[in-house]
Ligand binder design. Structure first.
Ligand SMILES: Cc1ncc(COP(=O)(O)O)c(C=O)c1O
Length: 419
């Protein structure tokens, strides 16, 4: 009989197999210093393009002050226990009410983490007779939530409304047999490619099909829409979203998340969300911090304006230089390149070492094989100087990519890897 660990000794997994070449540099890098547009990597200053601190709140003096004061007042333990048992407070309720109000829903409920919360939300919304129809490029938290589902599920082609409709037809027939309902899931903004989910078209399908719509708006919340209420507001269809989800881990630069929906749905989820029923309540420092950040989001539109000024300058500058940014419709700025993983490593190393630019590299299995994605996240803290320096650097790396420099450099890396 095999030892359970045999497979682990042999195969480290699609990302883990790169660990010896990549760890500490391409993955698990240590960025040091205050969270901002410029941080330190291995002792050298780098322009950071890989932190989801969209509005620049992470290190804002008012936010830091509130976090510190809340830490002093409550420590990191309070409140103890799950919300249902002993971890419920007025401030948790206040934050929920303010979040619900902000995203134009009747009620909201806090989640300790976005990832877990989404898994649990999907789990709580469906029973075995129900059918889930979701975008094939959905975030891992959606995929993992669907994995818990005991009934049928269909994927539709990424952001393809025709494909969604075909699957809705199949799902409708099936639901008529099982006696269940249909849950459609999309992201508000797809975090890798930056496209907005086609929420308007999906909501329009409600005229023809009977389904409920869950949207993960992790990247839209705070960045899109007139008030920053997200992709639903941006597309004018917030009302058509039945369950709205966002995390605090991006625009609010913190930890935690929430779902918002009609009161009766939230009342149900409150008693059925296993991630919250069987886990300690969101700690008070985070609740107080989120209240402060939400207030700033609401009262300081200049933060979102500055963010978009930077997004537009970076994206148009890259496009002018011939870089392929795909079809992004958000702050997420993906730069697509064709090449092997070793080539990508040589390129990123050049950017980091010779130009002081830190951006994340995304490779298979997160994106298709043979593609390299340099994923850049502009924030309100970036300056025109950061952007211009970065554009210059990208022009230089583009030249080297085209003249085969990285191919040559990567051949040496590849040879080393084969040994
Ligand atoms: C689309 C999307 N959903 C959910 C999450 C998970 O949020 P959290 O970091 O709060 O667990 C993320 C964050 O990485 C995300 O990008």
């Amino acid at each position: 009989m095999k030892d359970l660990f045999d497979k682990i000794y042999k195969d480290k997994g699609p990302l883990g197999k790169w660990a010896s070449q990549a760890e500490g540099y391409f993955v698990f890098p240590k960025l040091e210093g205050q969270i901002s547009n410029r941080m330190k990597f291995q002792g050298k200053e780098v322009i950071t393009w890989s932190i989801n601190d969209y509005l620049g709140l992470a290190n804002h003096p008012e936010v830091r002050k509130t976090d510190a004061e809340a830490g002093t007042a409550y420590g990191s333990a309070y409140p103890m226990g799950a919300r249902m048992m002993s971890g419920h407070t007025d401030l948790h309720e206040k934050l929920q009410n303010e979040l619900a109000d902000f995203v134009s829903k009747e009620a909201a409920y806090l989640l300790n983490f976005g990832y877990q919360g989404m898994v649990s939300t999907i789990d709580a919304l469906v029973s075995k007779d129900d059918i889930i129809v979701y975008d094939v490029d959905a975030h891992a938290c959606i995929i993992d939530g669907v994995r818990l589902h005991m009934g049928k599920r269909f994927t539709y082609k990424h952001n393809d409304v025709e494909s969604l409709e075909k699957n809705l037809e199949r799902a409708t027939k099936m639901a008529e047999q099982t006696g269940g309902g249909i849950l459609v899931i999309s992201e508000g903004v797809f975090g890798m490619r930056g496209e907005q989910g086609r929420l308007k078209e999906i909501v329009a399908l409600k005229e023809k099909y009977n389904f409920r719509f869950l949207v993960d708006d992790a990247h839209g919340f705070g960045t899109l829409g007139k008030t920053g209420a997200g992709a639903g507001e941006e597309q004018g269809v917030q009302d058509g979203i039945d369950v709205y989800f966002a995390t605090f881990a991006k625009s609010l630069a913190s930890t935690g998340a929430f779902i918002a929906a009609d009161q009766e749905i939230i009342d149900y989820l409150k008693y059925n969300l296993r991630s919250q029923m069987f886990a300690k309540s969101l700690q008070m420092q985070l609740v107080v911090g989120a209240l402060k950040r939400l207030e700033m989001l609401k009262t300081m539109p200049e933060l979102k304006n500055k963010l978009w000024e930077n997004v537009n300058a970076l994206q148009s500058g890259l496009r002018e230089r011939g870089f392929d940014l795909g079809t992004t419709q958000s702050c997420v700025t993906p730069v697509y390149l064709k090449g092997s993983i070793p080539e990508a490593m040589a390129l990123v190393k050049d950017l980091r070492e010779n130009y002081g630019i830190f951006c994340s590299i995304v490779v298979y299995p997160v994106i298709p094989k043979g593609l390299i994605l340099l994923r850049m996240i502009p924030t309100a803290t970036h300056t025109m100087e950061d952007i211009n320096e970065t554009l210059e650097a990208f022009s230089a790396i583009r030249e080297r990519l085209e003249n085969g420099t990285y191919k040559r450099l990567s051949a040496a890396v590849a040879a080393a890897m084969e040994q």
